[in-house]
Design a protein around this ligand. Structure first.
Ligand SMILES: [Zn+2]
Length: 345
């Protein structure tokens, strides 16, 4: 692939499950012309699988193959979803059936998840400063509370992973287990961790991070009628000196929480649109994670490259969290995400 924006090779493979060469790298794949579909005027790339003796489309690398939309529509659905629109609203904007849009979002969410896990595992991420937090939502009509647990690498603003579940040990356990698997754990530095006072994090960390050196600070905020009254710090592991500079806080993850409340329709307060099931919720979260980490520039990650304030001279270099943590070397886009050859497990 020319100008590969991700920091690992992405060799082509055959994505057809019924092929003898399915996902084998020991197979020759060559470009084999382009084609136009009824729903898309933009040409799509065809490939030839030599081992199986058949052609396949570049959309075969996602579940969007044969889903009757154009790349533009897929991209619009992904973008609108990451602006906080519900599938119903997106279907209305695009003039499509809601079931069609739900299928597209499902395909996009699955591919986003697959690609995120693949890149983290094959390139590797160093987690230096971990912040974890949880947000509430509901499933169905306020009949059941559902919590979203999220983990953030604070130095790079990289959103590592999330878990949906109850506000208990088991959800925190799954969250820590997930991030433990994704991170590279060297012994040259001590991991910093900050969370709120929920005991589940402490339990999960001591159970799963026994072989990782870490210091852990709990920030306990007391609110009366939503007004912040006191902030207390408890050094569970380590001491104040382990948290230098402006690191004695959970503010980065709270900022991400805010972003998510605005960008995930199911997390908006006082909404009528609570999610009907957990699987759909997870799909929307994966689309948002992909958008946040790989596609959007993060304002606090820009670097000044020019000091003179002349017009038409570039002042800043912009970064996505994925660029900062070393997974990619430029901003990704939705089309690239759809056609990137990422194997299924
Ligand atoms: Zn094949």
């Amino acid at each position: 692939m020319q100008n590969n924006p991700v920091n690992t090779d992405l060799p082509l493979f055959c994505p057809r499950k019924d092929c003898v060469c399915y996902q084998s790298y020991d197979n020759k794949i060559t470009k084999d012309g382009i084609y136009i579909t009824k729903s898309d005027s933009k040409p799509r790339q065809m490939f030839f699988c030599h081992g199986g003796g058949h052609r396949f489309s570049e959309t075969g690398y996602s579940e969007l193959f044969g889903k009757h939309g154009s790349f533009k529509e897929y991209e619009q659905a992904a973008k609108l979803s990451s602006y906080g629109l519900s599938p119903d609203a997106i279907a209305d904007v695009l003039g499509r059936d809601v079931r069609t849009v739900e299928q597209w979002l499902k395909a996009l969410g699955h591919k986003g998840q697959r690609m995120h896990l693949f890149l983290c595992l094959s390139v590797g991420i160093s987690i230096l400063f971990l912040q974890m937090d949880e947000l509430w939502s509901y499933i169905k009509n306020k009949s059941r509370q559902l919590w979203v647990f999220i983990a953030l690498e604070s130095e790079t603003k990289f959103w590592i992973c999330f878990e949906l579940g109850s506000r208990t040990n088991s959800t925190a356990y799954r969250l820590v287990k997930g991030l433990k698997k994704l991170g590279k754990w060297g012994h040259d530095h001590i991991l910093k961790v900050t969370t709120d006072k929920l005991a589940a994090y402490k339990n999960a960390l001591s159970k799963l991070m026994g072989d990782v050196k870490y210091s852990y600070l709990q920030i306990v905020k007391r609110r009366v009628k939503r007004r912040l009254v006191t902030v207390k710090k408890f050094f569970v592991k380590g001491a104040a000196k382990d948290f230098p500079g402006k690191t004695q806080n959970t503010s980065f993850i709270e900022r991400l929480n805010n972003t998510l409340r605005q960008h995930v329709s199911y997390l908006q307060r006082k909404t009528l649109g609570y999610c009907k099931n957990k699987a759909n919720f997870s799909i929307i979260m994966w689309i948002n994670l992909f958008n946040y980490n790989y596609i959007q520039f993060h304002k606090s990650l820009r670097v000044r490259v020019n000091d003179n304030k002349e017009k038409f001279v570039r002042q800043f270099e912009h970064n996505t969290p994925a660029m900062k943590i070393g997974l990619t070397n430029s901003q990704l886009n939705w089309r690239f995400m759809i056609i990137a050859p990422i194997p299924r497990k």
